[in-house]
Design a protein around this ligand. Structure first.
Ligand code: NDP
Length: 514
């Protein structure tokens, strides 16, 4: 019989999952939307998969007066609503036993002293639990206040023998512009070291985003083609059918540039375009991402409005359902100039990518929910299939489907049965669901686990974050200074965005593939 272990083609795979050391997770703003829809269900799923540490507890914090039991009832409801098939019920009761609640006013020093006492008591109940992770799931204005209180009460102090025994997870948005991001970093770094800070971007927790790293750096066949010689251009689309939903207050301040573009799309761009890191180590990967972001060509004043365009959805239909326009949504100003759509053309000034355009597009209330990257290769240099010319043969395209149909497909030209010369594009496809049988894990599961492991690979580092802001802050300033000139063009809900976004790519003789 074939020796599977010694035959590299038959090996079943190589999996490394490390169970984190005992720790506790303290969630500020635990009554909020993020905790209910994302964090609590993700934690329950990790519990169900036996991936949480042997000794572990969750302490939810908020301003309401709640007993542990009433908090557990909220956790139960959140799990049932978001993640729990009935079969898991016995595990849910077990999970609830590690959930606790602590009332706290975010700016009151005495409440942090009380929190410290409570944590000390709980550490006694949970043997070996020394590491603490503080998750800031509150409105962003509270981040500096909470970290200051944590710092002043000694809760951010690291144990001498365990650097990063105290960690802080910071949700997006991380600042409002370059200056506020720098100020926020300075505030956090008064009480924390960089290695204690986990700036979260949930896009990076998606399996398919991580798979880009595996595709590029665990396979030898792609890297030689991954450059200006073989790649014509790259498109990244992150489209949502959802509108602003119940988050109008936040979105009116943020807009799509801050909400999606500057973080999620740039992260996808960085993972696709960065140089090979020397190892799968958090700082080596983040070095390469930061280097890549620094190579992005800033938009000149002339290019704003041409190479970066914005839009706002008006009323329209998606799948025959009527939707109102952005300005009609509850909580949105009737004359709002906030963008719900952006398309941009970016260039990377380095040897690998010189002259290769990266077309990025993202928006709300678009025709279909999808996040996809299309790597479009150059056409064949010469056609031997006369009368077809090279331009008649559709170029190869590698699609990396991030969500919802997670997978990879490579478009190739193949012969169609029949006449002697009859070519047609075909897809070589790999679907996560078909191969692995179930949905990829929720991104927050991966990210929470990585925080517990102290692994920063999927989190923003200060330099990368500030570089991203420095690229887009001049654009936002131009929009704010000249609202009439740059007001967002309207697009109907259910379309693929504005005419300007079509022109942006068609002017180069190309078109959006998604
Ligand atoms: P919420 O608006 O739901 O607020 C979370 C909690 O913060 C509230 O339940 C409340 O808890 C507490 N809070 C304290 N002060 C205030 C205040 N002045 N106004 C409102 N709430 C306050 O936020 P989300 O849960 O939606 O988001 C939390 C963080 O995560 C934000 O920074 C957000 O940008 C980010 N985020 C959220 C996503 C989402 O899908 N919701 C997605 C990605 C990021 P209590 O009353 O118990 O003290």
């Amino acid at each position: 019989m074939e020796d599977i272990a010694s035959n590299p083609f038959l090996r079943g795979g190589f999996c490394v999952e490390t169970r984190p050391a005992p720790c506790s997770l303290i969630i500020f703003g635990v009554s909020g939307d993020l905790s209910n829809r994302m964090l609590i269900p993700a934690l329950f799923n990790l519990f169900h998969k036996a991936l949480l540490p042997d000794s572990f507890f969750i302490l939810g914090c908020g301003r309401s007066q709640l007993s542990d039991d009433s908090f557990r009832q909220k956790v139960r409801e959140s799990c049932q609503k978001n993640s729990l098939p009935n079969s898991k019920l016995p595990q849910l009761e077990e999970f609830l036993k590690i959930c606790f609640y602590n009332r706290l006013d975010y700016a009151t020093p005495g409440d942090y002293q009380a929190l410290q006492e409570r944590l000390k008591q709980m550490d006694q109940q949970y043997p070996g639990v020394c590491d603490r992770i503080f998750y800031l799931a509150t409105p962003p204005g509270l981040y500096p206040k909470i970290v200051t209180q944590l710092g002043q009460s000694g809760l951010t102090k690291e144990a001498q023998d365990r650097p990063s025994s105290s960690r802080v997870v910071v949700e997006k948005p991380f600042g409002h512009d370059l200056q506020s991001a720098v100020e926020l970093n300075n505030e956090l770094l008064r009480y924390l070291h960089e290695h204690q800070i986990f700036r979260i971007d949930h896009y990076l927790g998606k399996e398919t985003v991580q798979n880009i790293l595996m595709l590029r750096f665990a396979n030898a066949i792609f890297e030689p083609l991954w450059n200006r010689r073989y790649i014509d251009h790259i498109q990244i689309t992150a489209a949502e059918t959802l509108g602003v939903e119940h988050r109008a207050g936040y979105f009116e301040q943020a807009g799509l540039l801050r909400d999606m573009f500057l973080n999620h799309l740039l992260e996808l761009l960085a993972v696709v375009a960065m140089e090979p890191p020397i190892s799968f180590d958090a700082n080596r990967i983040r070095d390469e991402k930061a280097k890549l972001l620094r190579s992005l060509r800033p938009f000149s004043a002339k290019e704003i409005g041409k190479n970066i365009v914005r839009g706002q959805y008006r009323a329209g239909q998606i799948n025959k359902v009527d939707y109102i326009g952005y300005r009609e949504e509850t909580g949105v100003a009737r004359d709002s100039l906030v963008e719900t759509f952006i398309a941009a053309k970016l260039y990377i000034d380095n040897w690998r990518w010189q002259g290769v355009p990266f077309y990025l597009r993202s928006g709300k209330r678009l025709a279909r929910q999808t996040t996809e990257i299309a790597i479009v290769f150059r056409p064949v240099p010469h056609s031997i299939f006369a009368p077809l010319s090279p331009g008649d043969l559709a170029p190869n395209v590698l699609f990396l489907n991030i969500q919802p149909k997670e997978g990879i497909s490579l478009m190739i030209q193949a012969k169609k049965p029949g006449p002697k010369i009859c070519l047609t594009p075909l897809a070589l496809e790999f679907s996560y669901r078909e191969i692995f049988g179930n949905e990829p894990p929720n991104a927050y599961e991966r990210l929470l686990l990585d925080c517990m492991l102290g692994d920063h690979t999927l989190f923003w580092r200060r330099d990368g974050m500030e570089t991203a802001w420095s690229l887009f802050t001049p654009v936002m300033e131009a929009w704010e200074k000249n609202p009439a000139q740059y007001q967002p063009a309207l697009y109907p809900a259910g379309s693929w965005g504005t005419a300007e976004a079509e022109n942006l790519i068609q002017a180069d003789g190309r078109y959006w593939l998604v």
